[in-house]
Design a protein around this ligand. Structure first.
Ligand SMILES: *[C@@H]1O[C@H](CO)[C@@H](O)[C@H](O)[C@H]1NC(C)=O
Ligand SMILES: *[C@@H]1O[C@H](CO)[C@@H](O)[C@H](O)[C@H]1NC(C)=O
Length: 349
């Protein structure tokens, strides 16, 4: 199986580099696999939903035709698309303004940026919104998140995750790929990495959702803006000059992120792009790995949407219950997303 061979190769190469070297590449490749797998799981969720007819916030966003999307302000060009939970409106990549979200625990803004990978001339020319930012960089996309917490939280309990709504039975092959990539990720992220395929529907009582969760320092950049000061706009062309970045200073960066006191008052800005060169979201394909890619995410699995979430877990690290059950989670951010080229179709609902 091609994907499995790729994974094995990646981790072999990564472990040869040793602990001391920050194998950014390992991390990136592991994460992309996690995303691949996430997409995998998602796809079957779509099917299951269709079968059970369960209506969810994410599905209710996609009961529209092409013209409806345009009238909801979506660009004509291919783009990354999605929606928050609780739902307010549709969002899209490369917007001139960031999108506001607000829930009972946190409010803020979200701005996804994506290279126009559907048009390689445009991609190379840099003549598109945010093109200047991408020029000279390898990243294919960047997610920018501004958070204003409404309650203080203990970072030990905080997770940044990709999650699914329902359990999906996995083939033996998919399971092996997942075990390999999770093992590789754990070498880099350590105990703070949490992965679960979720609980099958036969399990009595509350069931856990399929999840891959990581600590906060998996974000590539953060900016803390003290209360009373104006945080940089997510659309700021010079945003990259603010705050701290992980690149080239992993240990120090981790220490700084771990010691952030996440509380009401300051504004916290986080940017994420580390895995982006391995995953073209607009084209919905894995990329950037010689010989093996491009690889259609749907080939193995992927039907959208993916859910990007930030939550705390009650009693993390204590007690009998280790599962990330919904009843233990407090969400601070939730966003489902997909490519406008591969919208969840009506048939898949
Ligand atoms: C877009 O540009 C990036 C960075 O130069 C490159 O890695 C990627 O392959 C390009 N994609 C396309 C479709 O041209
Ligand atoms: C955060 O939680 C951990 C364990 O869950 C605990 O050991 C630590 O003291 C807590 N920190 C604060 C600041 O409450």
């Amino acid at each position: 199986m091609v994907l499995e061979a790729t994974t094995a190769g990646m981790f072999a190469a990564a472990s040869a580099l040793g602990d001391e070297v920050w194998t950014f590449w390992t991390f990136a490749s592991s994460l992309i696999l996690a995303i691949l797998i996430g997409a995998c799981l998602m796809s079957s969720v779509g099917v299951k939903r269709a079968a059970s007819g369960t209506a969810t916030a994410a599905t209710s966003l996609v009961e529209f035709d092409e013209e409806d999307f345009l009238s909801m302000g979506m660009p004509e060009q291919p783009h990354l698309e999605g929606g928050f939970q609780p739902p307010n409106r549709l969002i899209h990549s490369n917007s001139a303004e960031a999108f506001d979200f607000d829930n009972e625990n946190c409010k803020g803004q979200f701005l996804p940026l994506h290279r126009p990978t559907y048009d390689s001339r445009l991609n190379d020319s840099g003549q598109y919104r945010y093109g200047e930012h991408f020029t000279g960089k390898k990243r294919l996309w960047e997610l920018r998140l501004r958070l204003q917490f409404k309650r203080r939280l203990n970072q030990t309990d905080l997770f940044f995750a990709v999650e699914l709504e329902e359990y999906v039975p996995l083939s033996a092959a998919t399971k092996r790929v997942m075990d390999l990539s999770v093992g590789g990720m754990r070498q880099v992220v350590g105990d703070r990495l949490y992965h679960t395929p979720g609980d099958p529907t036969e399990v009595a009582g509350e069931r856990e959702r399929p999840t891959i969760a990581m600590p906060l320092w998996t974000f590539d950049q953060f900016i803390e803006t003290p209360e009373g000061e104006t945080p940089p706009e997510l659309t700021d062309p010079n945003l990259h000059e603010h705050g701290h970045r992980r690149f080239g200073q992993l240990r120090e960066y981790r220490r700084m992120v771990d010691s952030l006191d996440l509380r009401p008052g300051p504004t916290f800005t986080f940017c994420f792009w580390g895995v982006s060169r391995f995953c073209d979201v607009i084209e919905w394909q894995a990329t950037g790995i010689p010989i093996f890619t491009p690889l259609d995410l749907n080939l193995y699995c992927g039907r959208p949407p993916l859910h990007l979430v930030l939550y705390t877990l009650e009693g993390a690290g204590t007690g009998e219950e280790k599962r990330h059950l919904q009843s233990r989670k407090t969400y601070f951010f939730r966003c489902g997303f997909w490519s406008s080229l591969k919208r969840p179709s009506k048939e898949q609902r």
